[in-house]
Write a protein that binds this ligand. Sequence first.
Ligand code: PLP
Length: 450
Amino acid sequence: MDGSALPVDPNKAPNNLDSFWMPFTWNRQFKKDPLLLASAKDMHYTTVNGQKILDGTAGLWCCNAGHARERITKAVQQTVEHLDFAPTFQLGHPLVFELAQRLTAMVPGNYDHAFFCNSGSEAVDSALKIALAYHRVRGDAARTRLIGRERGYHGVGFGGISVGGIVKNRMFWGPLINGVDHLPHTHDLSRNAHTRGIPEHGAEYADELERICALHDPSTIAAVIVEPVAGSTGVLIPPKGYLKRLREICDKHGILLIFDEVITGFGRLGTGFATEYFGVQPDMITCAKGLTNGVIPMGAVICREGIYDAFTDWADDTGSTIELFHGYTYSGHPVAAAAALATLETYQQDGLFERGAALSGYWEDAIHSLGDARHVIDIRNLGLIAGIELAPREGAPTVRAYEAFKRCFDAGLLVRVTGDIIALSPPLIISKEQIDEIVHILRKVLSELD
Ligand code: PLP
C-alpha cells in the first residue's frame, strides 16, 4: 500500500466484521460467510478472493453506465481537489446550477426546477414535504393527506415508510405519519403471470383512488406517490392504462402526482425517465441512484412548472425571505454535482438509454426462456428490468430465493432477491453474451435448488 492515502488495504478482508451493523442484512448469517467486494470495472465486481462477479443488478439499481467509468471518476477526483465542499444555504457554486438546468431539461414536458438531496429516501421525503407546503402556500391548507400504495417502496425515512407498503419496513415504527392511505398493489398473478412487458389486466386498480377520494373527500388529499414500475417489492409492472388513469383522477381532484423514479430513472426502461416511456407526466419526479451512477450519494426532486413559483409568489406576498424551510447540508454537494454532470454526459455520449432500449427485446426473450425453469411461477420484464418469482418453499418462504442469490454469487453472478423474487437490473452496457450468461447461470442454479 506504499503511497496510498488509505490506511487499510481495500482488497483484503478485515480481521473483524463485528462492528458494522449492516443495513437490510441477515447480519448473523453474513458474518459467518461474508461476501466482500474489493473492486469493480465495467460489468464486473471482483471479490477479495479474486473472483469475478457479473453484475446483474447495477450494484443496487444504480450503476447504469457500468462501474468505474473514467469520465465520472475523473470528474470526482478533479472536483474534490478543486472545491471539496460548498454550502448551498444562501450560497452556491456553479456546478449545481448547471446540473439543475441539465437535469430538468432531460425530462420531456414542463419541468423547470430541481431540489437536491443525498438519497432516494431524502428525495421522497422532500417531495412529500414540497407537496404539503405547496398546497399550504397556495391557500389550500386542508390538503394534508398522502396516498401511497401497498407493496410500494419509497426508502426508509418516516415519510417514505408511511406512504410505502412493505409490511416489514413499516411494522416496527409505530403509527408513522398521520393521514396516509394506500392504493392496492397491482400484482395479479392469476391474470398476468408470464406477461412479456406491460400486463394487460388491472388498469381498474387505479380506480381505487376514486374510492379513497370519496372516503376522505378529495379536498383533503395533497398527493399520490407511486413507483411507475415497483422495484424493491419484486418488480411489478404497471398494467396497461393504469398510470394514465391515476393521472386523470389526480387532475380531476387537484391532487399532485409524484412518480418515484429512483430506479426507473436514467435509462432503466430505455428512456431517460419512466414518465417518457409511459407518456404520463407527474407533478414531481424523485430520483437518485443512476443520477451519479452510484458513485457519490445524491438524490433530486424534479418539479413541473408552477411548483417553485407558488413558493416564490407566497414569499413575495408574505414578506418571507426563505421560500422553502427545508434542505440538507449536502444538498447539491459539489463533488456529487460533478459526478452527476459527468454521468449525464456519459449516458448521452455513449447513447446508453438508446442502447438499453435496443437490447430490451433480446433481454425479454432471454429472461422469458426461463419460464419453464424449476420453481419459477412468474416472469416479468420491462426495459432492462426483470423479476423472476419462485414458488415459496413450504414452511420457509423467501429461503429458496436467498439460496439462489448465494449460489448465483458462487457461480459468478450478482442478483438481488426480495421475498421469493429474483430481481435483475444490469448496467446498460451489458452485452448479449452477458445476458446469455445470466440466463445460463440462473437456469443451472434453479435446477439444483430444493
Ligand atoms: N424509492 C425507490 C423507488 C427506491 O427503489 C429506493 C431504493 O431502492 C428508494 C426510494 C430509496 O433510495 P435510497 O436507498 O437511496 O434512500
